[in-house]
Design a protein around this ligand. Structure first.
Ligand SMILES: Nc1ncnc2c1ncn2[C@@H]1O[C@H](COP(=O)(O)OP(=O)(O)OP(=O)(O)O)[C@@H](O)[C@H]1O
Ligand SMILES: [Mg+2]
Length: 376
């Protein structure tokens, strides 16, 4: 089973390619099929939104790419390819890895003659805790989590935590690490960063902790930043400030961002393209304009109808999507959305899985309303 993404952009424009990714959890209740063939390309310097109801596999997609999955889970199929740009090649950390590898006689992972070229690295072949992946994580691919307290260490100061990341990946001394930490805290709009570096996470408000997380994520100027619901826990004013800040930083550093959110308003504000997920698959992928003005999949339309939008009359009722996302332990025959779908075609949607179809350039959808093609 695989999603076939639309026409592939030339590789020089892509920073990350995920192809037919299957990630399962092995639990006492059985096998939870969290991802069932996720495919997408992320172009360099763009913001891709990932939306879908709770439990659709948004976080598991990011954690699979970051190789941060818990031990109970496994990538059972598929490829994750990271296209490393020259500016990320030959960074201090990478050079050290070359040295380390050649000293113990193993084949070099970072090859000097590749400096200046785009390197193709299959992340799923790397040991999640090995030196290569540990270098890539943090320095080249970074993640901001929904709840900062899960990733900020309560017993270290903010300054220690950010400077440690910088020291680890950029080989600078502690004083320089701290100076850069203050600098990045200032960039993320933290007032009085010189004081903040001496604070522990519990001494900061939720919005300040979120800014500290963003600072940590951006401190090594990663190629790709995964932002998993980075503002959901915040009040709307702080949320708006943080989103503005992320947009500014994205423009300044050219960072590619994968923005995971429930909030389609945030998608409209932040993203260039959108992937809509349902039960471990991407069911529609297109530009942000197309999603709002020309949605194709009944699930995407249902998501849009369930949120208020400008221009809707005040007495107009929002339409929640009926039913719930099925649990990932069950195996649904046919399109996984058919039990909840207003356009359900008996004998068709409950018999086979629709294939991912390109309906216009850059717009893919997985639905029998647009094509009879069945996924093998
Ligand atoms: N540690 C785990 N053990 C078993 N199943 C898990 C585990 N983590 C995630 N899953 C399952 O994988 C599926 C996808 O979960 P995921 O966290 O990616 O959803 P999500 O789209 O990020 O949802 P939310 O919007 O609530 O954050 C869910 O059905 C979930 O139950
Ligand atoms: Mg999640």
């Amino acid at each position: 089973m695989s999603d076939k993404p639309g026409p592939k952009a030339p590789e020089q424009d892509i920073v990350l390619r995920v192809n037919d990714l299957h990630t399962y959890f092995y639990t006492d209740l059985g096998i939870s099929r969290a991802l069932n063939g996720v495919s997408f390309d992320i172009p360099v310097g763009k913001v891709m939104g990932v939306v879908g109801e709770s439990g659709c596999g948004k976080s598991v997609t990011a954690l699979s790419i970051m190789r941060l999955l818990p031990k109970s889970s496994k990538i059972i199929k598929g490829d994750i390819t990271y296209f490393r740009r020259p500016q990320h090649n030959g960074s201090a950390g990478a050079s050290d890895q070359i040295k380390q590898k050649s000293e113990n006689g193993q084949q070099g992972f970072w090859i000097d003659e590749n400096a200046g070229k785009v390197q193709e690295i299959r992340l799923n072949d790397l040991d999640p805790m090995g030196p290569e992946m540990r270098h890539i994580r943090g320095a080249e691919l970074a993640m901001i989590f929904q709840e900062p307290m899960t990733s900020l260490n309560p017993v270290y100061t903010i300054g220690d935590q950010i400077s440690e990341t910088i020291m680890l990946h950029q080989r600078v001394n502690k004083a320089e690490g701290l100076r850069r930490a203050i600098d990045i805290l200032e960039k993320v709009g933290m007032s009085n960063p010189k004081l903040i570096v001496g604070n522990y996470p519990h001494q900061l408000s939720g919005g300040m902790r979120q800014r500290a997380m963003i600072a940590m994520g951006l401190s090594c100027h990663p190629a790709v930043l995964f932002a998993d619901e980075p503002t959901t826990a915040l009040d709307v004013t702080t949320e708006a400030q943080i989103l503005d800040l992320m947009r500014d930083l994205q423009a300044q550093f050219g960072t590619t961002i994968v923005f995971i959110t429930h909030n389609l308003g945030v998608v409209a504000q932040m993203c260039d393209s959108v992937s809509v997920m349902y039960l471990g698959r991407i069911i529609e992928q297109t530009s942000v304009d197309e999603i709002f003005y020309n949605p194709k999949h009944p699930y995407t339309s249902a998501l849009l109808n369930s949120i208020p939008h400008i221009g809707s009359r005040s007495k107009e009722r929002l339409q929640p999507i009926r039913g719930v996302v099925p649990d990932p332990y069950s195996k649904i025959v046919g399109c996984p959305f058919h039990p909840r779908c207003n356009a359900f075609m008996p004998g068709k949607c409950d018999k086979a899985m629709p294939a991912q179809t390109v309906i216009s350039p850059g717009h893919n959808v997985r639905c029998f309303l647009y094509s009879d093609e069945v996924e093998e």
